[in-house]
Design a protein around this ligand. Structure first.
Ligand code: MEV
Length: 329
């Protein structure tokens, strides 16, 4: 028996980093997916085969290797540690010790802030739990995904695995979520081509918080307020134009606050400013920062903004919100 599961990437629309401190955040699943096949093997060990793990400047292909997460393949090794922890958690949950082989293929660039680690963890948990006969709900998969992140990263809000497992458009706060009504958001994602480590960036914000709590706390509080206001705007009965205008303004404020936390880079800010100059109503980092991606809200201007991102040295992606989270194929 072979089980195939897939899970989507995500973008955080508002509230990354402050969400780790118990503030709310808004995120959406997007239409790039990671696919994981799981089957039993006879040698009783965990075997991971990863094809097409996309790391900026490098496509790593592994096959038939059992220990490569212990090698120094850098970012690939980091991704694979999520897979290993996810498999171990499911085996523990099922109370079974079995040899399991998982094969991974992914459309999501690693370290781009699009939730590649959460997607691989969620798809692995989905496939392996089904293989073991565990009937987990999507919420239970999200919780195990969160545990996986805590084991690998040390700190995590749980938003990435929750969005990847549930799909759609979510308001998330302290482990609970609310589904927001689907609104068509004309966005463009811009990839800097470099990657940031969520673990390191979360640790960097933590250090600033501990060194200067009086300064960092009001920044995190403002981010929380930005998210509450964004939710209010999304749910309000305004016409689209006003909604987009207000959301764009809130995105720009959120970007400034993330910059103040020290998680932006020159290339991220270049793409943000290029997008605004090309007519985007708002543009900000999405995800942990330190490289990775930004996104712009650009009604009627998506192709102009995509061109501006390209000229500024980034890689534009015009993407859609995916209603579907974890899927057993
Ligand atoms: C990463 O996509 C989002 C962060 O807020 C970390 C987390 O919430 O676990 C930076």
């Amino acid at each position: 028996m072979r089980v195939l599961a897939s899970a989507p990437a995500k973008i955080i629309l508002f509230g990354e980093h402050s969400v780790v401190y118990g503030k709310p955040a808004i995120a959406a699943a997007i239409d790039l997916r990671t696919y994981v096949w799981a089957e039993f093997n006879k040698n009783g060990r965990i075997r991971i085969e990863a094809k097409d793990i996309k790391i900026p400047g490098l496509t790593v292909s592994f096959s038939e290797s059992e220990i490569y997460f212990e090698t120094d393949y850098g970012k690939a090794a980091e991704v694979l540690s999520y897979v290993r922890e996810a498999i171990n958690l499911v085996l523990e949950e099922a109370g079974k010790q079995k040899g399991v082989t998982v094969s991974i293929t992914s459309q999501i660039p690693v370290g781009a802030g699009l939730g590649s680690s959460a997607a691989v963890a969620v798809a692995t948990i989905g496939a392996v739990s089904k293989l073991l006969g565990l009937e987990l709900t999507k919420e239970e998969v999200a919780k195990l995904g969160h545990k996986t992140e805590l084991l690998v990263q040390g700190a995590s809000s749980g938003i990435d695995p929750t969005v990847s497992a549930i799909g759609g458009f979510l308001y998330y706060e302290k482990g609970t979520f609310e589904e927001l009504p689907a609104i068509e958001l004309p966005i463009v994602v811009g990839y800097t081509g470099s990657s940031g480590s969520t673990k390191e960036l979360v640790a960097k914000v933590r250090r600033s918080f501990e060194e200067m709590p009086d300064i960092i706390t009001p920044i995190l509080n403002s981010m929380g307020k930005v998210v509450e206001k964004a939710k209010e705007v999304i749910l309000a009965d305004y016409d689209k134009e006003i909604k987009f205008q207000l959301l764009g303004q809130l995105m720009n404020i959120n970007h400034g606050l993330l910059d103040a936390l020290g998680v932006s880079t020159k290339s991220l800010s270049d793409l943000v400013y290029a997008s605004r100059e090309a007519g985007a109503l708002g543009a900000k980092i999405t995800g942990a920062g330190g490289g990775g991606c930004m996104y712009a809200l650009a009604p009627g201007k998506q192709s102009e903004v995509a061109t501006a991102i390209k000229i500024a040295g980034g890689m534009p992606m015009i993407t859609k919100i995916s209603r579907e989270g974890l899927r057993i194929e």
